[in-house]
Design a protein around this ligand. Structure first.
Ligand code: 13P
Length: 128
């Protein structure tokens, strides 16, 4: 069982939900954690259980970063919005940095997220 962090900025939440639904049977075999709004959307629209932290702008990225630093996270799917300025940009940068410090695979776009999950569950993607 892997511990998988799921995080998406507002413009990427629909993509995250579609991604999670596509991989739901695989994700159900793992421990999921998420920032508040992302986790709430996933929990409300799937049968998955998600441990939630604060919303990203309120410190959720830092909380998940602390989990990564404590070796409590194996994979990060972080669908960030590269076209919108975020008030908590330093937290986002710190989260990505701590993934590299601890050699934790982190997907920041959909193609990479599918690749990682496909490796995990042997799932063949249904669409591009
Ligand atoms: O802002 C975020 C990541 O930087 C995500 O936070 P929410 O899931 O609460 O929207």
């Amino acid at each position: 069982m892997k511990r998988i962090a799921l995080i998406a900025h507002d413009q990427k939440k629909a993509e995250m939900l579609a991604f999670v639904k596509e991989h739901e049977s695989v994700l159900a075999q793992h421990f999921l954690l998420a920032t508040a709004t992302t986790g709430k959307i996933i929990a409300q629209n799937t049968a998955l259980t998600v441990k939630t932290y604060l919303s990203g702008p309120m410190g959720g990225d830092q909380q998940i970063g602390a989990q990564i630093a404590s070796q409590e996270v194996d994979i990060v799917i972080f669908l960030r919005d590269p076209l919108t300025a975020q008030p908590h940009e330093p937290d986002i940068t710190a989260l990505l940095r701590i993934c590299d410090v601890h050699n934790v695979p982190v997907a920041t776009n959909m193609q990479c997220a599918h690749l990682i999950l496909s490796c995990l569950g042997g799932v063949i993607r249904r669409s591009a």
